[in-house]
Ligand binder design. Structure first.
Ligand code: FVH
Length: 292
């Protein structure tokens, strides 16, 4: 029996690094895949692996109910899908967007008679189709679409549905990546501090990684405090103590010839919160300082 008969067919628009990885994962799992890419040469390898290649985006969209777009940005989605008949299609947009773009795209799809699901990919291409790599995709928008194609969507990476608001997948995606950049900023500063010393970066690396893991439970305490509105609950390291310690960090940076430009903005927020709310809180109050 042909396995493909029972597997959902996928029309995939965009064969960049991520789109090609998605196509390969679905092909490997026995899903019929019709691909289209602006630069046709990128489809050749996938054709050899069993994909059908459409001559236009409109032709790919016409081929299957489930249409997945994985393009550079929202502008390219607009360019690619203008002219395609989306009526009755289940459009899954895995292109990185802002929440506002995702919401506007959902409305745009609705006006064209399509169901819409937005996705934020928490994985890099080598993690696609490799369950043990732990990659997953945030989805938001049409719950019916998500449930209808749940198994197919779970082939390239795990799935985490975060709500009917089409902007929520993008918001979760950007929230996690923003936290990642904050972490990398700290790591950058830490390596800069030892850069001119006789300290092997490879010896600092495991200490740094273990320390960040040890501090991670603080994320749950922050969430708990935000939820209940009591920013002093369970505080171990008071803001007053932490602000008192900031000159040590700035002096150490100066002594090591390291710019404080990554740390200073955070320290400035800490001082502001201390002045406004007193020293009994931890760092949770800084969240409210950032929100206009
Ligand atoms: N790769 C990664 O590590 C990240 C992981 C997290 C999620 N992102 C997002 O995924 C989207 C696609 O990313 P990608 O890695 O596939 O990106 P590229 O390899 O640069 O491929 C871009 C594709 O988009 C096509 N394209 C660009 N502009 C247009 C346009 N105006 N009209 C039609 N197609 C367009 C491009 O086509 P071509 O250059 O081959 O002709 C590629 O197919 C993205 O949102 C990431 O943020 C990836």
């Amino acid at each position: 029996a042909d396995n493909n008969v029972e597997k959902t067919s996928v029309a995939l628009l965009g064969l960049g690094a991520m789109g090609a990885a998605l196509a390969r994962a679905w092909l490997a799992a026995g899903h019929p895949v019709t691909v289209w890419n602006r630069t046709p040469a990128r489809a050749a390898a996938l054709a050899a692996e069993g994909a059908r290649v459409a001559d236009s985006a409109a032709e790919a969209v016409a081929a299957h109910t489930l249409v997945v777009a994985c393009l550079l940005d929202d502008a390219s989605v607009d360019e690619v899908l203008t002219g395609a008949d989306l009526a009755g299609r289940d459009l899954v947009n895995l292109t990185t967007s802002t929440p506002a773009q995702a919401r506007a795209r959902a409305e745009w799809a609705r006006e064209r008679g399509a169901h819409y699901l937005d996705g934020g990919i928490m994985a890099v291409p080598p993690m696609i189709g490799v369950p043990e790599a732990g990659g997953y995709v945030f989805y938001s928008g049409s719950r019916e679409l998500f449930e209808r194609h749940r198994e197919t969507l779970a082939v390239p990476a795990g799935t985490t549905y975060v709500g009917t608001d089409a902007g929520f997948a993008a918001l979760h995606d950007v929230a996690l990546l923003s936290a990642m950049y904050g972490m990398f900023a700290g790591v950058t500063h830490a390596f800069a501090l030892i850069r001119r010393e006789d300290i092997d970066p490879a010896s600092l690396a495991p200490l740094l990684a273990d320390w960040l893991v040890a501090m991670a439970p603080g994320i749950h305490q922050t969430a708990d405090q935000l939820r209940h509105g009591d920013y002093t609950k369970g505080v171990v390291s008071r803001l007053a103590m932490q602000v008192a310690g900031t000159p040590t960090f700035l002096s150490t940076a100066q002594q090591q010839g390291v710019s404080p430009e990554l740390l200073s903005p955070y320290f400035a927020l800490m001082r502001r919160r201390l002045a406004e709310a007193g020293g009994e809180e931890g760092l949770t109050g800084l969240v409210d300082l950032l929100v206009h």
